[in-house]
Design a protein around this ligand. Structure first.
Ligand SMILES: *Cc1c(COP(=O)(O)O)cnc(C)c1O
Length: 384
């Protein structure tokens, strides 16, 4: 069966995959090797050195391309290594327009590393897409979108941003870590490039750190492949295997994450001690209609603030949780809770983070796939 005609729930299992040539193993072997025997100088079977390519990584890269409806996948040592490769497409003097409430590590990479090399970043609240155009000039090369945003769960209209990018001949990259291709397929909405921290939902089991890029265009893929090989932050074979295994259950995990996400969001919304719940599935979420139009469901990422907005009380809540684990990261089968102001977003200055809503009492949940009754009972005892 041709890949392009498969449904998503089949692609996660079969997309870009075939049994291994050597013995027909259904899962690709973990080719734990750095190099490959050659019969004569240059005479090899497509692999010569594992930074350049490795068969287990290739199997994952083909799967990534398939599930994101792209033509080329590239797997990196981490999500940030994947972002690093994208920004290396640029030259000193070039400018990037980026989502303002984005992953803290992306913000740090942009401002603390690449600004030193002369790349300029504008951080813009992109829920109002017209704000993007105000920052476009002849030096602009790239628009960097994260949607839903982290941790405020704003939704950015990918189709509209893609129109702006096309009109100005800019590259549009979407960090699709939160949504995953189960919920949202940015390349189909007009983006040029999709990025993932596969550490999160794609891997899905909190046992691996890995990053990914997927593109449609051959020329862009070639440039990124050159950077991947030249800079060297590639995914290892064992890690590639783990993510490939994770992807096979992505669709059923995301379905349950979304169901549990709804149950938890609705519970929190009616709780008297909770001021506000940020979850795009609510009809009164400011970008709910866009979320509906570009996402299949709303996922398991939820943020909320308490009525008193008390820093210490928020810390007490996350410390009292028993089923939810207090930890960085997200997207695993187990539920996690985090306190962005002191954890993931501590590297963003207080004035900057508060402007985008990351206040002292904000708590972010990655709702896992446990029984929703246990998750709600846990929140009940922790919030009081
Ligand atoms: C975790 C994360 C990253 C960074 O990925 P790593 O695999 O940790 O390097 C980038 N973007 C988002 C949205 C993330 O959640």
């Amino acid at each position: 069966m041709k890949d392009k005609s498969m449904q998503f729930n089949t692609k996660t299992i079969h997309g870009g995959q075939k049994p291994d040539d050597a013995y027909g193993s259904v899962m690709p072997p973990i080719y734990q090797t750095s190099t490959y025997a050659q019969s004569t100088p240059g005479g090899h079977k497509g692999y010569e050195y594992s930074r350049s390519a490795n068969p287990t990584r290739t199997a994952l890269e083909n799967s990534l391309a398939s599930i994101e409806n792209g033509n080329y996948g590239l797997a990196f040592a981490s999500g940030l290594a994947a972002i690093d490769a994208v920004i290396k497409l640029l030259q000193p003097g070039d400018e990037v327009i980026s989502t303002n409430d984005l992953y803290g590590g992306s913000y740090r990479l942009f401002t603390k590393i690449f600004e030193n090399f002369g790349v300029k970043f504008h951080f813009v609240g992109m829920s109002e897409t017209e704000k993007i155009s105000e920052h476009i000039n002849e030096k602009t090369r790239l628009i960097w979108v994260e949607t839903p945003t982290n941790p405020m769960m704003n939704i950015i209209d990918i189709r509209k941003v893609a129109e702006i990018a096309r009109d100005h001949n800019l590259l549009l990259a979407v960090d699709n870590t939160f949504a995953t291709p189960y919920l949202q397929q940015p390349l189909d909405l007009g983006a040029d490039l999709v990025m993932h921290s596969a550490t999160k939902y794609l891997g899905g089991h909190s046992d691996v750190v890995l990053g990914a890029l997927v593109v449609k265009d051959k020329e862009l893929a070639d440039k990124l492949y050159f950077i991947q090989n030249a800079s060297g932050a590639v995914a290892g074979p064992m890690d590639s295997f783990l993510v490939l295994r994770g992807i096979k259950t992505l669709h059923i995990r995301m379905q349950r994450h979304s169901e549990n996400g709804r149950a938890v969001a609705e519970y929190l919304a009616q709780h008297p001690a909770i001021e506000k719940v940020y979850w795009p599935g609510f009809e009164d979420h400011p970008n709910h209609d866009i979320a509906r139009s570009q996402m299949k469901d709303f996922g398991g990422m939820i943020s909320f603030v308490t009525k008193d907005n008390d820093f210490q009380k928020a810390i007490r809540i996350v410390e009292s949780l028993k089923v939810f684990t207090l930890a960085e990261s997200l997207g695993g089968v187990e539920s996690l809770a985090g306190h962005p102001a002191s954890m993931t977003h501590a590297s963003i200055p207080k004035e900057v983070r508060e402007k985008s809503g990351v206040v002292d009492s904000l708590i972010r949940l990655s709702v896992g796939i446990e029984d929703e009754r246990d998750l709600i009972a846990d929140l009940e005892q922790a919030i009081g």
